[in-house]
Design a protein. Structure first.
Length: 490
C-alpha cells in the first residue's frame, strides 16, 4: 500500500465556520470566479531560532486532491440552518481549480516571506486557509524544533520517540515525519515508519528487565534475540553496580561465542547523565568495548544536550521525546494567511492589497510575489532573501542593491559576479491539477541537511542567532509605500 493510499483523507470539513459564512457571502454578493492571491507566511521564528524549516507540503497536496463535499457533509451543513440551498448545491460540486506555489519541504525559511501562495477564485482560496495552516504550522514547528535538537547533538544520532506524549495520533504520526525532515535518524513510531518509509528504532523498557527473575537473564535473552541491535537499558536497578557490569558480561559472552554485533551498547534513562556516561565509558573501555554506543534519554531537549556536551558527557546517541514532538517550550508556529491581490478581469493585472496595523510587523506585503535567495558565489552561504514582484528581473552580472525595508539607510551593494540567486517558490498546483511530485521523506531530510549547510554558524546558534535579512525589491517597496500613503491620506 502506498503512502498516498494509506494517508489520504477527505479533510474538507476541517475548516473554521467563518470560512463557510464568508464563502456564502461571496456567493451572493460577488463574482464567484473573482481570482485573488493569498500568501501564507509567519512573523517570527519559533524558539528564538535563526530560521525555520518548511514542512507539511505533502499533506497539503493530499488535502487539496481530496477536497470535495460528500452528501453527508452537505446534509450536516443544511441542518445547521445557516446555509441556503443554492449555495449548498454549489458546495456539492466544489473542486479546487486554482494555482498553488510553495517552498519545497526541507527548505530553510525566514519570517515575512511567503511559504505558500494561492492564486484561485476567492471562495476556493478562502476555504482552504484553515486546513493548510493547520498542516504547515504543525509540521514546520516540529521540523524546526528537531533541527535545533539535531544541531545540539553535533553529529550524534538523534531518535524521535515522543509518540506517547504527542497531542493525539495525527500529531504523533506527522510530528515524527517532520522530525525526520529536521534531521532525526529514526523514529520509534511504527506507523510513521510504514507510512513514510523511514527507519524505526528502539531498545526496550524497564518492564522487560523487571519481567525476568534477574537483570542478567533479561540482558542475555535480549542479546539472543537482537544480536545486531543490542542496546541494553542499564538503570532499572543500579546503573554502576549492576546495569553496566551485567551489560559488559553479556557483551563478553557474545564475543566468546563469536557474535559480532553491528550495533551494541547501553542506554541511560535516569540519574546524572554526564557523570554516569563518563563512568560507563571508563568501564566499557576497560573491558575492551571502546566502540559501544552510549545512548541517553530522560526528558532531553536541545539545551540539556548542549549542556551535557559542554560537560564532556560521553553520550553519542540521543533519544528525544516530549520536548521535540510537542515543541514543549514553543507549542505553536505563527503562520498566517493574508489577501495580497485581486485580479482586474478587464486589464488582466492584479490589484495589490495591503493590511494595515499599528504594529509594523503586521503590515502585509502586497501584490503577486515570489522569493529569491541570494548566496555568496564563493561561500555558497545565504547573504539574504529578496521578496519581489513576479515580474521583477535580475541579472547576476549586474550590481544588486539590497536595503532594509524599514531602516532604508542600511544598504548593501553586491558586485557583479560575487553572488548567485535562486527562486524559491515552485509550482505545486496549476488549474487545480497537481504538477509537483513530493520526494521521499529521506530525500527531503537530505535536502534539508544541505539547506542548513548554506547557513552561517552564527545563524544556527541556539541562543541569540544572527538574523538573516529578508529584503524587499525596489519595485515591491515602492508599491507598498504608495499603498501606505494612499490609506494614510484617507
Amino acid at each position: 500500500m502506498s503512502t498516498r493510499e494509506m494517508s489520504s483523507r477527505n479533510l474538507t470539513q476541517l475548516t473554521d465556520f467563518y470560512q463557510l459564512t464568508m464563502m456564502q457571502g461571496y456567493f451572493y454578493s460577488k463574482d464567484v470566479n473573482e481570482t485573488v492571491i493569498f500568501d501564507a507566511f509567519y512573523r517570527s521564528n519559533p524558539d528564538g531560532n535563526g530560521f525555520s524549516i518548511a514542512a507539511g507540503l505533502d499533506q497539503v497536496i493530499d488535502y487539496i486532491k481530496n477536497l470535495h463535499y460528500t452528501k453527508q457533509d452537505i446534509d450536516y451543513l443544511r441542518k445547521t440552518g445557516y446555509f441556503r440551498e443554492d449555495f449548498l448545491e454549489y458546495l456539492a460540486n466544489f473542486r479546487f481549480t486554482g494555482d498553488i506555489y510553495a517552498l519545497p519541504e526541507g527548505t530553510v525559511m525566514f519570517p515575512r516571506e511567503p511559504m505558500l501562495k494561492v492564486v484561485a477564485p476567492i471562495m476556493q482560496a478562502q476555504l482552504i486557509e484553515t486546513a493548510m495552516l493547520n498542516i504547515i504550522n504543525h509540521q514546520s514547528l516540529i521540523a524546526t524544533k528537531s533541527s535545533r535538537v539535531v544541531h545540539a547533538a553535533h553529529g550524534d544520532g538523534v531518535m524521535e520517540f515522543g509518540l506517547r506524549r504527542a497531542q493525539g495520533p495525527d500529531a504523533g504520526i506527522y510530528g515524527a515525519r517532520a522530525a525526520m525532515i529536521g534531521g532525526c535518524i529514526g523514529t520509534s513510531n511504527i506507523l510513521a515508519g510504514e507510512m513514510f518509509d523511514v527507519p524505526i528504532l528502539g531498545t526496550h523498557a524497564h518492564s522487560w528487565i523487571m519481567s525476568f527473575p534477574d537483570e542478567l537473564t533479561a540482558f542475555r535473552k535480549y542479546a539472543e534475540l537482537y544480536p545486531d541491535a543490542c542496546i541494553l537499558l542499564v538503570d532499572t536497578y543500579d546503573t554502576l553496580k549492576s546495569g553496566i557490569p551485567h551489560a559488559i558480561q553479556v557483551f563478553q559472552e557474545m564475543r566468546e561465542k563469536g557474535i559480532t554485533s553491528k550495533r551494541y551498547g547501553i542506554r541511560l534513562d535516569s540519574g546524572d547523565l554526564s557523570y554516569l556516561s563518563k563512568k560507563a565509558k571508563e568501564m566499557l573501555d576497560a573491558a575492551g568495548f571502546e566502540d559501544a554506543v552510549i545512548s541517553a534519554s530522560n526528558d532531553l531537549d536541545e539545551y540539556l544536550i548542549q549542556s551535557l556536551k559542554n560537560q564532556g558527557a560521553t553520550i553519542n546517541s540521543w533519544g528525544v521525546g516530549t520536548s521535540m514532538i510537542t515543541s514543549k517550550d514553543c507549542p505553536a508556529f505563527g503562520g498566517v494567511y493574508k489577501l495580497a491581490a485581486i485580479l482586474n478581469k478587464e486589464t488582466g493585472e492584479f490589484i495589490p492589497k495591503i493590511k494595515l496595523s499599528e504594529n509594523a510587523e503586521k503590515i502585509t506585503n502586497p501584490g503577486n510575489k515570489t522569493i529569491y535567495r541570494i548566496y555568496g558565489k564563493d561561500t555558497h552561504k545565504i547573504i539574504a532573501d529578496l521578496i519581489c514582484l513576479v515580474d521583477d528581473k535580475f541579472d547576476e552580472n549586474e550590481p544588486l542593491l539590497l536595503f532594509d525595508p524599514i531602516q532604508t539607510w542600511k544598504k548593501t551593494l553586491l558586485s557583479p559576479g560575487t553572488y548567485t540567486m535562486r527562486e524559491l517558490l515552485v509550482p505545486v498546483f496549476k488549474n487545480g491539477e497537481c504538477v509537483y511530485e513530493s520526494p521521499s521523506v529521506m530525500e527531503i531530510r537530505e535536502y534539508c541537511r544541505q539547506e542548513k549547510n548554506t547557513l552561517w554558524d552564527e545563524t544556527r546558534r541556539l541562543r541569540n542567532p544572527h538574523e538573516v535579512h529578508v529584503d524587499l525589491s525596489d519595485s515591491l517597496w515602492k508599491m507598498k509605500n504608495e499603498l501606505l500613503d494612499t490609506y494614510m491620506v484617507r
